[in-house]
Design a protein around this ligand. Sequence first.
Ligand SMILES: *[C@@H]1O[C@H](CO)[C@@H](O)[C@H](O)[C@H]1NC(C)=O
Ligand SMILES: *[C@@H]1O[C@H](CO)[C@@H](O)[C@H](O)[C@H]1NC(C)=O
Ligand SMILES: *[C@@H]1O[C@H](CO)[C@@H](O)[C@H](O)[C@H]1NC(C)=O
Ligand SMILES: CC(=O)N[C@H]1CO[C@H](CO)[C@@H](O)[C@@H]1O
Length: 464
Amino acid sequence: MAIDEKSLSGYSVARTNRASKAFTILKYSLCTYLAIYVYLNFISTRDSLSLSPEQVILNELESNHAGEWLQKYTDKPSLTGTAKNLADWTKLKFEEYGASASIDTYEVYLSFPHEHDLSLLDSKTNETLYKAPLEEDELSVDPASFKNNTVPTFLGYAANGNVTAEYVYVNYGTKNDFEELKKLGVDVNGKIAIARYGAIFRGLKVKFAQDNGAIGVLLYSDPGDDHGITPANGYKQYPEGPARNDGSVQRGSAQFLGGLGATPGDPTTPGYPSQGDDIKRSDPHQSTGKIPVLPISYREIKPILAKLNGKGAKSPKKWVGELEGYDYSIGPNPKVQLNLYNNQIYNITPIWNVYGEFEGESKDEVILIGNHRDAWVTGASDPHSGSAVLIEVARALGKLKASGYKFKRTIRLASWDGEEQGLLGLTEAGENFSKEFQSKVIAYLNLDSSLQICYIQRKVLVLY
Ligand SMILES: *[C@@H]1O[C@H](CO)[C@@H](O)[C@H](O)[C@H]1NC(C)=O
Ligand SMILES: *[C@@H]1O[C@H](CO)[C@@H](O)[C@H](O)[C@H]1NC(C)=O
Ligand SMILES: *[C@@H]1O[C@H](CO)[C@@H](O)[C@H](O)[C@H]1NC(C)=O
Ligand SMILES: CC(=O)N[C@H]1CO[C@H](CO)[C@@H](O)[C@@H]1O
C-alpha cells in the first residue's frame, strides 16, 4: 500500500536534543534493518514480488504478442461451430499460462449458408431482368476477401423459402416505419420488404416485416448511413480509402434479439442449457422468423430499387438515403417482381466455450473476463482483436501467478462461441451456471472488438 505523503509531512513531534540523537540512531538502525529485510526478501522470493502486480503485468506486456495471436485466430473463417481447432488452441494457451482450462460444449440449433438466389423478374413474361450475384468482390490486396477464404453472404437463422412477389421500400423497417406505411396507404401484405440497415437490430426488421404480412425481406447497407464517408463526398472505397466498398455485404443474425417474448441463445431451448443427453427442444419461432431474408450490397440492390422510381407513395424526407439512381419511391411497381430464394442447412451442432481459471484465495468471488471466438468471416476486429487481448491477459496473469502472487479473487477467462448468431455460448453457459453466476460473479469485463480501425477503445484492467 502506498503511504500518503501529505500525512507524513504533516507529522511533527517536539523533542529534546538527546531524544533527537536517540531518534537518529533508531532511524538509521531501522533503515539498516529494513534494507537487510528487503534484500533478504528480495533474494528469498522471486524478484518481481518486489513489484506491484500492475508493474509485473505491464512489464510482461512490454513484449506484445497480440499480433501473433491475431494472425492465428484470423487465418481462416471462424463461423460459429466450425473452428474447433481454435477452441483447442485457446485451451492450450490458457493451460500454457498456468490456468486450469476446460471446454464446455453445447448442442445448439443453428443455420449454415448453402444456397441463395435473387432475381428481378418481368411480371408479365417471368423473364429475368437482373440476377443479383449475392457475392462480395475478391480484393487482391485483401486475402481475407478471397472466396476460398470466406463465407457466403447470409443471415443466421434466416428462414428457408422461395418466394416471388412485388416489393416495397420500408426505410429501416422499424415498428414506426410500418405504421407510417399504413398511413401512406402502402400494403406490405404478400410483398417482399426491402429495408436498409440501421436504427434497430436487423432481426427486428424481419419480425416487424413478418408481423405486417411481408413474405420475404432484403436488407441492404445504404451509403446514406455511412456518416458522410461516401464516394459522393470524395472518399475512396475500401481498399483504396475509408468508404464502404459498394459490393460489401453485412452478415449477421436474424434472431429477434430484443423483441418482445424473444430470448437470446439457442432458440429451441429458451431458459435452459442445450446440454445433456435428452434435450427438450421447442419451436424456435418465438425468437426467429418464418419468412426468407437475404442481405445484399448497395451495388446489387441499386437496379432493383431503381425500378421503383416514380412508383407508389413518395418517401417521407427522413426515409431518403443516398443511393444514386434511386428516388426513394416506396413502390410497388406492378411491372416487376422479385424471386427470393434462401436455403440454409439447419441442424443441431456443437459449439465450444473455452474457460481458463486462475483460482483465488476466495473461490466465492469470481471476476469474468471474456470475449467471443466466432466470427462471420475471419473477424480481425470483431471479435479477434479481443481474442488476441484475452490471450495476452492470460499470459500476463500467468506471469503474475508464476511470480508467486496470490489472487484474492478467482479470475475466469472465457472464450465464448456463437455470439454472432444470437449470444449462444454465453447464454447457454448463463443458463447452465445461473446459480453460480448470480452468487459468485462480481464483475464481467467484455473484450469484444478491443480494437477497431476508427475507434481505439482503451480497456483498463483492475486485477486485484
Ligand atoms: C410466371 O410464373 C408464375 C409462377 O411460377 C406462373 O404462375 C405464371 O404462369 C408464369 N407466367 C408466364 C407468362 O409464364
Ligand atoms: C485462394 O484464392 C486466391 C485468389 O483467387 C488464390 O491466389 C489462392 O491461391 C487460393 N488459395 C487456396 C488455398 O486455394
Ligand atoms: C423457386 O421458385 C421459382 C418460381 O416459383 C422457380 O422457378 C425456381 O426453380 C425455384 N427455385 C428453387 C431452387 O427451387
Ligand atoms: C453448473 C451446472 O449446473 N452445470 C451443469 C451444466 O449442464 C450439464 C449437463 O446438463 C450438467 O451436467 C452440469 O451439472
